[in-house]
Design a protein around this ligand. Sequence first.
Ligand code: ATP
Ligand code: MG
Length: 565
Amino acid sequence: MRQSQLLIPTLREDPADADVISHRLMLRAGLIRQLASGLYTWLPLGLRVLRRIERIIREELDRSGAQEVLMPVVQPAELWQETGRWQKMGPEMLRMQDRHLRDFCMGPTHEEVITDLFRREVRSYRQLPVNFYQIQTKFRDEVRPRFGVMRAREFTMKDGYSFHLDQASFDATYREMHACYSRILTRMDLDFRAVDADTGNIGGDNSHEFHVLAGAGEDTIVYATDGPYAANLEKAVAAPPPSRGNATQALAKVATPGMHTIEAVSQFLGVDAAQTVKTLIVQGEEGLIALVLRGDDELNEVKAGKMPGIAQPLRLADEDKIRATIGCSVGSIGPVNLPVTTFVDREAAALADFVCGANQDGYHLTGVNWGRDVTLADDNVRDLRSVREGDAAPGGQGELRFLKGIEVGHIFQLDTVYSQPMNASVLDADGRSVIAMMGCYGMGVTRLVAAIIEQNHDDMGIRWPAPVAPFDVHIVALNYNKSEAVRSAADRLHDTLTTQGLEVLLDDRDERPGVKFADADLIGIPHRFVIGDRALKDGVVEYKRRRDGFADTPSLEAAPHLLRE
Ligand code: ATP
Ligand code: MG
């Protein structure tokens, strides 16, 4: 293909409003252009990368026995009303009406649509398991679209859904999908980790996220230094704390005028923040709920959101309500004689002789002990904190460390969350109607392009891994339109390589060599041949591998064979 005929609008300068390297390079290399916030046009080069990624995904999914379908982007509200999600989904779902004033949405995901297809078309256990997937446009009106296609509003997802008669069948498909995702990411040369993930409000233990490791990642993933444990920070747990020591101090009330933070109180009393507890008051479904953490720990909102009776989404209670119920302001609350349901983090529950608010403005309690001064039922001791680097890993697997990751895939067990309300059932071997069990498998296709670039670039531009590069070979012809020798050598090499089944981009533009080389580095096609008059006089061309800079000067005849090796 001739570069003069393709729209590849490269930019020399970094675009102003792009915060991460992949976004900058996608704009600079002419892969995408923004239409409006979170909406992108894919230009020829970018689209070629996308198509190659899709091909790898299709090949591996087909190999795993999944079958491809294509569902509409626009979905009727009725289906979402059946599962209750029409109400539950917030402003992330874009809603609209047709000319008959019927409600529709732009699909942010397709559980309802696929479950509807299944209940209409699949009748017998003999047809199970089935595993459907599609590669299709999604729309989510993200609060903060950012990082280019990494968090867009309109994006391409591969979403898959499997249906099963029983857990064993689901487990087998889940394992296969886990392996399939690993194959897909390995084929793209990505450094990735599969980690235990939170399942939102769906529950169940079967959930893994696939993260591409990169500093620009929005997720923190946690791993154990001496074992296989790895989890998203939202879900990560540390080893339980050692058991509580004995009470040695008497309970005392001390004046702490004007001190509302853990830092101020611990400094004033001369105690470590780790010897204090903090009490957060959140809104419950009825009344208020208290969450108690060690003073130096942070609340994990995902864990907290799972406590029984907590209002969704998790939110701190209003100051007025707190004062009306507890009788003091936020900075003076503590668990002793607290008139609301209280959940205590394991680390806080392991403290003896600790400091906490006295539920009276301007006062704290010291020498507080669980059991003696405040009752604490085992059932109210929970894991509520976010783990920290250096915490002991669960199961004696060394310590916990953090990495930044870009979530490119998420697989999980849906159980009957959608099939039950939508009555998606089949007849089993005894003719009984059984609600199907479901699995769900997502992969961010457009996000993958950004993730690949995050892991494959240098100061000059992108360094595509060969399997996803927009072209295999770049022929940079110098003086193509003036030198007959260059033109015929370049055309010949282009045709030979194309016949070998390679995708070849021929830079036939009237540009200075410096411009052509800079563009070639920026675009990052894996193999480059430079054809110029000077080298041709010696009967050679210049070869350069983008990935590692390996260079050679094969003869014009030998050049095509170089890539065979
Ligand atoms: P995130 O936590 O990043 O918002 P999610 O949990 O909402 O992701 P899923 O609903 O599991 O994502 O969607 C499956 C995959 O789709 C994700 O793993 C991710 O790769 C991709 N994806 C989700 N939201 C976006 C987006 N706004 N832009 C691009 N890709 C996305
Ligand atoms: Mg999301």
